[in-house]
Design a binder for this molecule. Sequence first.
Ligand code: ATP
Ligand code: MG
Length: 178
Amino acid sequence: MNQRKKGLIYVYTGDGKGKTTASVGQAVRAVGHQWKVCYVYFFKNPDDYGYGELEVLENLGVKVSGFAQKHPHFYKDISPDEMRSQCLEGADFIRKLFKEDACDLLILDEINIALRDKFLQEEELLALLDDKPPEMELILTGRGATEKVIEKADLVTSMTKLKHHFDQGIEGREGIEY
Ligand code: ATP
Ligand code: MG
């Protein structure tokens, strides 16, 4: 464990590009100071989209885990109930990381989407945040951060879309979006 006194809560939200990549950059910076970093992602399936960052983070020694990987928006065979139970599994895993004081920096990529899409209740996430070990730094990403999550955070950055190439019909590109 590093020498910091109080770990803060950081939220990257908003409709513009840059939330997940900012969290990855932050992970790289922390590893550069020999911090232990854990990265837990939701709603992403690396088997279908080879997210370039996940393997690189693992190679840097970051403990990477994924939950609720198939969002029903993209995978029609997954039910909301199934998503909820997978998100709860993710929450249990996060609580375990807290109990074990497993890292100096924990990143929860797209966790805000679990609330937005009602797979987790706001109170469940807020209760989880209350269990964070005091020294652990915590980053939450995803569009639509709720008022109460924003209130609990120490830093909130909203990525604002001024333009996005997606609106020109240019779809996600390897190396840029995944
Ligand atoms: P990145 O992973 O590139 O940092 P992000 O985490 O900010 O982006 P998300 O909201 O998680 O973006 O969206 C997932 C995907 O949708 C990303 O690949 C991103 O490039 C793309 N995206 C981001 N903003 C927009 C937008 N305003 N319109 C359409 N697609 C977007
Ligand atoms: Mg993202």
